[in-house]
Design a protein around this ligand. Sequence first.
Ligand SMILES: [Zn+2]
Length: 230
Amino acid sequence: MAAFEGKLSFESKVSCADPECEEEGAMAKDELKIPISASVRHVHLSREHVEALYGAGHKLTVKADLSQPGQFACEETVMLLGPKGKVERVRVLGPERDETQVEISRTDEFLLGIDAPIRPSGKLDGTPGLKLQGPKGEVALSRGVIQAQRHIHMSPADGDRFGVKDKDWVMVRVGGERGIIFDDVLVRVHKDYRLDMHLDTDEANAADLHPGSMGVLIKGPTQVKPEPED
Ligand SMILES: [Zn+2]
């Protein structure tokens, strides 16, 4: 059973079966724990594309707030159409952005018949497009499809606590029967961020994660990726 194919919430908290996660009084370890959420496939839309898909003047409707302040899941969904297949009812996330971005898993890519790179949000040069279908129209994207680079959102205070800074690369260990150490996890520090690690559904399911799970941050020689520019 895929833990993150559920329809109840967009971002599902995952939990860790590692007994160390439940250890009482392990303050040093507790301080380095990070809640983990799985981001189900989703789309961020530009104003132009909101209107193309849902009609002139349409405003996105808030369905539920997400972990990061100001970010929300919308009532609106869209269909993704690729050369090999389609994925229906893909959630739109708000607020609107300057450029439309589609975040899907590797599994979704096989269904659609496209090959999208792993990128931090907003780094869309050289990414493939696909077709979006909404109730009022279609949009043929020339670019914007990515697999989201796994990352941790944190406040400057959390950055100090973990001893990391914006754009650092770290590892995060999760326990359980399919425990994994995730390498190449991008740290994003901003005053508006709330501590949360974001994986896609393939990554979360590979570790058999479940709602409520925590990871442990490991600092190490893992800087194998170039720095994103902003
Ligand atoms: Zn995120």
